[in-house]
Design a protein around this ligand. Sequence first.
Ligand code: GRF
Length: 203
Amino acid sequence: KRVAILISGRGSNMAALVAAAIDPAFPAEIVGVISNRADARGLEIAETHSIPTRVVPSREYDGRAAHDAAIHEALTELKAEIVCLAGYMRLLTPEFVQKWKGRMINIHPALLPSFRGLDTHARALANGVRVHGCTVHFVTPEMDEGPIIAQAAVPVLSNDTEETLGARVLKVEHRLYPLALRYLVEGKVRMSGGAAVFSGVDE
Ligand code: GRF
């Protein structure tokens, strides 16, 4: 399967997906990385691995729909079959989400449905949770709302800061995202009627 990754920044999850896909046994190929920001550090990482990159800056388009249409066009050019959002910091239009329904996934740095949105680690600490983590889910029009594919948990330690907790979560993100992508590509999970349907992942 041909997978494209959308980023806006650092790109460490993108790098984890790229690293996993280097293994010839991995059932997907990363065919391109698209960023809405020219200064996304992840673009350099992709270039190091000779992965085609495209910058589609939002301000060059008149509104969200036009920008998403340009992203869609870039994905079509790459012949992408699956889209991974990896720190892509723009809301997507329902039309775009609909086009990639069941074929677009996102990683969120919290155990959904807790802590949707931004600043998840600070909010986890402020709420005193003892377990935190990350979630890979199908993308639906509502932000951080789609059916859950996989989660990984980490403990919250008493002396944690936003940084130490965030680093602990990020480490498991890098393991979880390739696993979840593998499930999708191998048909072990699909989205049906607004739910994630699994086959053959528990054994
Ligand atoms: C990650 O924490 C991811 O869960 C969230 O945005 C962050 C992106 O980091 N969606 P990176 O660009 O993958 O390093």
